[in-house]
Design a protein around this ligand. Structure first.
Ligand code: SF4
Length: 463
């Protein structure tokens, strides 16, 4: 993928429909409350009993923010009420103890991620306390290859804090930037100093973080290809290891904060395409590898190596190199993945705290995967991560005849093949360079739940 000419405009209207991001399959829309705390316990027990239990990933959700970004679709709470945020930490401590008791202590946690909200809303020492609590209740890996990461809001940290975060064991950092253009920042209520932000990237390098990534968003109000290129040029001066460029999904019927955005300021599909084209042109031109969806990485970054080796994974944080793990979700609305199940905590802080206060796991809902779900999860993962699907691999793993099992799906892909998004032979499906931009549209053809339910209202546009 190299030039803007690779984006024929007619493909936007044809395939720029709404669709899931496939950070999981089935997606969270299929989770249901019939999957309860008891079901979760059973799946944990089964995973402990595996001949070789998987290592663990821990995800900690810290939902508080000091101010509201209007584009936000996260589960967060904007507050300055420290009583609330401190009582959240006490409940989190208790949840860490409860969940820690369920997993065998010899299962190493090789991955840890603090997400939000704004994890750095909390004081440095409070973050240290959480890591200590996790360490008391889980077996945290001490390997240099462990991936312990935190999302940082540059508006809430100093260069000293960055050094402190490294000193308490975190080795990966991702910084939210979104856009440096002052007009765009004003339109989304996120004013952030360019020089200070770039200074923090350099400080993270100096502090010894193995990987520094930054998040940008395209499709925000008032953005133009030219203004966004200026932001990207500025980011490139700091040369972060990874750059994620997310597609802003304007879904005000789902996310109240987005009602603050003037719809007239939101770029049209054509401008969004120009923004994406400009982004890819700039980043690939600067030597970054296009990993897929919204991720770019330097050629020697592990993500680029994994893409080349065919070992790329997809998880709730996007693309990852991490080998298979069971994911433990901690905190309000956190999602876990244990064995063949997904589980999600209560999404309302009071409900989450009330259950913990009663000594119960704060499970809200989840899903146990059927055999068919597992086949389709593998198919969708191959498309999203490798950009190709070898039918023989699926046949071997699941004992099916691929072309027979997926006859309807393959048939429905013909128009995409005619448009040059995929190449389908007898042995495999291969995504073309243009198709890489429309991975979701291709993966959706194998999503059994979408085939049954054509509702698009809960999803963002593919482009
Ligand atoms: S984008 Fe991040 S910092 Fe802004 S309101 Fe949402 S969670 Fe908070």
């Amino acid at each position: 993928m190299s030039t803007r000419e690779s984006f024929p405009a007619e493909l936007i209207s044809k395939y720029g429909l709404a669709g899931p991001r496939y950070t999981s399959y089935p997606t969270a829309l299929q989770f249901h409350e019939g999957f309860d705390a008891e079901a979760y316990r059973r799946h944990i027990q089964r995973s402990n009993d595996d001949l070789i239990p998987l290592p663990l990933s821990l995800y900690v959700h810290l939902p508080f923010c000091a101010s509201l970004c209007y584009y936000c679709a996260c589960n967060k709470k904007v507050t300055h009420n420290r009583t609330l945020t401190e009582s959240y930490l006490r409940s989190l401590d208790r949840e860490i103890e409860m969940q820690g008791e369920l997993f065998d202590r010899d299962r190493q946690a090789i991955q840890l991620h603090f997400g939000g909200g704004t994890p750095t809303y909390y004081e440095d020492t409070q973050l240290k306390h959480i890591i200590e609590k996790l360490s008391e209740n889980f077996f945290l890996s001490r390997s240099s290859t462990r991936e312990f990461s935190i999302e940082v809001d540059p508006r809430t940290v100093s260069e000293n804090s960055i050094a402190y975060l490294a000193s308490i064991g975190l080795n990966r950092v991702s910084m939210g930037i979104q856009d440096f253009d002052p007009a765009v920042q004003k339109a989304v209520n996120r004013i952030q100093d360019e020089g200070e932000t770039l200074g923090l990237i350099h400080a993270a390098r100096k502090a010894g973080f193995n990987s520094v990534s930054v998040d940008l968003i395209y499709g925000l109000p008032l953005q133009t290809a030219k203004s966004f290129e200026t932001t990207i040029d500025s980011v490139l001066t700091a040369r972060p290891d990874r750059i994620s460029v997310y597609n802003y999904a304007h879904l005000p019927h789902l996310f109240g904060a987005q009602r603050m955005i003037n719809m007239d300021d939101v770029p049209s599909p054509q401008v969004r395409l120009e923004l994406l084209a400009a982004t890819i042109h700039k980043l690939v031109g600067a030597g970054y590898v296009y990993i897929g969806m919204d991720h770019f990485a330097l050629p020697d970054d592990e993500l680029s190596v994994a893409k080349k080796d065919g070992t790329l994974q997809r998880n709730f944080q996007g693309y990852s190199t991490c080998r298979a793990t069971d994911l433990v979700g901690l905190g309000v609305s956190a999602i876990g993945k244990v064995g063949n199940s997904f589980v999600q905590n209560q999404k309302d802080i009071r409900d989450w705290q009330a259950l913990i206060g009663d000594g119960k796991l704060p499970v809200w809902r989840g899903i146990g995967l059927s055999g068919e779900d597992r086949i389709r999860r593998e198919v969708i993962s191959a498309i999203m991560c490798q950009g190709q699907l070898k039918f023989g691999d699926i046949e071997q793993e699941f004992g099916i005849d691929f072309t027979d099992h997926f006859a309807l799906e393959l048939d429905s892909l013909r128009p995409l093949q005619d448009d040059g998004l995929v190449d389908i032979s007898e042995e495999k499906l291969e995504v073309s360079p243009v198709g890489l931009l429309l991975l979701r549209a291709i993966a959706m053809k194998f999503d059994e739940y979408l085939i049954e339910d054509h509702s698009e209202k809960a999803y963002s546009k593919v482009i």
